[in-house]
Ligand binder design. Structure first.
Ligand code: NAD
Length: 529
């Protein structure tokens, strides 16, 4: 405490020792392929009733291991264990709870290259982005530990003869349901916030990143997790999700993922079954259809690079990805030509190759969904570029970086979240038109603008209504504390991960008023009471 929060530095892979460390971690992790990762309840591994084989999306012939898949009975056991552990964890001091997060961050630091290697293999993230995922997980632990210590100082409003204390306590059993695209960072962020606030947690990772979820659980356990305070429950969201969400002992659901699932969870959680003596709290972070506006006076070198990075970083599989470039008429043709050239230079490779700019998409289902959008795009707009991947297409779940030009603003590919390396370039008459198009979707997550005109930038800041707006830089890569992250409209509930309001969602405020005047005196008489 005291000093300012500092983000965990990223690994500099320009240095040979870091490249060597990463190569050795990739080898070391490869030697661990084939293991089985069980459900963990009360800090004890559970017998594996059903397993999900995991494969490397970069090389689908390469099996990674097996992750247990919970059934409904095990989901109920995990909640029951959390409920048993709740009173003790609630009454554990915030210092101790923060200590658990800090020791978990220490584990992440110690195992940094190994965890990055798992992210490379299980989720197809290139080295640098996998490393940033681990750094963000460290940041979430450190940041929420500090923020909770701040919240723990009760507010006193004492007057003569009366003490008033306003303070926070946890809500109860929390269920954390996470996506696969920031497999360590997002799962850790939601879990760390819930834990440090004093809730006990069922950790439900995405099916596509169950091994990395198991690594988080290992780190928590080594850091001193008391039994039942967090239980690791990998499983099929559709199968165990409704049980967890509707469970009468679950007080809070922290979800990050697709709009469709978020709305279903919200609806289920709004029901209050008999035996549930509270209203459930839902925290939901959803998708985006983010736009980057390119003004006529934009620095084209910067804009081309920024748009390509925003659209194709991690194959467009970020909620913050810039999947629409809205380009003003005066610069449109020039920008498009240069963007196509820049995209041609992106190296599509297996994610464990250090030269990889973008790897595969996460799985076969995602690949076929994205390919359908590309077919749709061909009927809605003009295909301006599609990289030829040749034989690579058969090795893993690859999708060529694809740019559609002259996309009508209301086309399906300009309105729906594709979650792949597909960019829609849309022509705008002027800045007013660009802003109208940019705001014209159901989402409001991130956005960007490249311009050198101060008056235009003023307008953009005022009128481009998104949760995270980036000026003259890419629209992805938010850092904890520096750029608290989250959207509104159908992108999220509006509070921001890695920001000062986030933990407030995980606690309940209480006020205790004590009349000090009566202490030590005989009971009053003759008042008529
Ligand atoms: P998803 O919605 O398919 O799955 C997310 C989680 O929900 C998984 O753990 C899954 O098992 C679970 N789930 C699925 N059906 C469920 C049900 N019926 N009940 C309860 N849980 C259920 O999303 P995904 O494919 O893992 O992730 C991609 C999506 O996440 C994209 O839409 C992306 O924009 C979004 N996302 C948003 C943010 C943000 O901060 N706003 C960050 C990352 C990802």
């Amino acid at each position: 405490m005291g000093s300012e929060f500092r983000n965990e530095p990223l690994t500099d892979f320009a240095r040979e020792e870091n490249r060597a460390a990463m190569r050795s971690a990739l080898d070391h992790v490869r030697a661990e392929f084939g293991r089985t990762y069980p459900i963990v309840i009360d800090n004890r591994p559970q017998p594996v009733r059903k397993g999900l084989p995991r494969e490397n999306p970069s090389r689908t012939s390469e099996p990674l291991g097996n992750v247990a898949m919970a059934d409904v009975e095990q989901a109920n056991q995990a909640v029951a264990s959390c409920l048993r552990a709740f009173d003790g964890w609630r009454d554990t001091s915030v210092e101790e709870r923060a200590g658990l997060l800090r020791r978990t961050a220490e584990q992440f630091r110690k195992r940094r290259f190994e965890l990055s290697a798992w992210i490379v293999y299980e989720c197809g993230k290139p080295w640098r982005e996998a490393d940033a995922d681990v750094a963000e997980a460290i940041d979430f632990c450190e940041y929420y530990a500090r923020e909770m210590l701040k919240l723990d100082a009760p507010q006193h409003r004492d007057v003569l003869g009366e003490d008033n204390r306003y303070f926070y306590e946890p809500r109860g059993v929390a269920v954390v349901i996470a996506p696969w695209n920031f497999p360590l960072a997002i799962l850790t962020g939601m879990t760390a916030a819930a834990l440090v606030a004093g809730n006990t947690v069922v950790i439900k990772p995405a099916e596509q990143s169950g091994i990395i979820g198991a690594k988080l659980m290992e780190c928590l356990q080594v850091a001193g997790l008391p039994p039942g305070v967090a239980n690791f429950l990998p499983g099929d969201g559709e199968e165990i999700g409704p049980t967890l969400v509707q469970h009468p002992d679950v007080a809070l659901i922290a979800f990050t993922g697709s709009l469709k699932v978020a709305l279903a969870i919200n609806e289920q959680a709004s029901k209050t079954p008999g035996g549930q003596n509270f209203v459930k709290k839902v925290i939901a972070e959803m998708g985006g259809k983010n736009a980057v506006i390119v003004d006529t006076d934009a620095d084209l070198d910067e804009a081309v690079k920024g748009v390509a990075d925003s659209a194709f970083g991690y194959g467009g599989q970020k909620c913050s990805a810039g999947s629409r470039a809205i380009v003003l008429d005066g610069i449109y043709d020039q920008f498009l030509a240069r963007l196509v050239e820049a995209t041609k230079s992106l190296a599509v490779k297996p994610a464990d190759d250090p030269g990889c700019s973008l790897g595969p998409v996460i799985d076969a289902e995602a690949r076929s969904r994205i390919l359908k959008y590309i077919e749709r795009g061909k009927s809605e707009a003009r295909l301006a570029h599609q990289t030829d991947l040749g034989a690579l297409m058969d090795q893993g779940h690859y999708i060529p970086p694809t740019i559609f030009a002259d996309v009508p603003e209301n086309a399906t590919i300009a309105q729906e979240e594709i979650f792949g390396p597909v960019l829609s370039v849309i022509r705008a008459k002027d800045l007013d038109d660009a802003l109208r198009i940019a705001n014209g979707t159901k989402y409001a997550l991130t956005g960007g603008c490249y311009s050198r005109s101060p008056s235009h930038l003023e307008q953009v800041k005022r009128r481009f209504r998104v949760g995270n707006l980036y000026i003259n830089r890419k629209c992805t890569g938010a850092l904890v504390d520096r750029q608290p992250f989250g959207g509104f409209k159908l992108s999220g509930i509006g509070s921001k991960a890695g920001g000062p309001d986030y933990l407030l969602q995980f606690v309940l405020p209480r006020t205790i008023t004590e009349n000090q005047m009566r202490r030590g005196f005989a009971p009053e008489t003759g008042t008529g009471e």
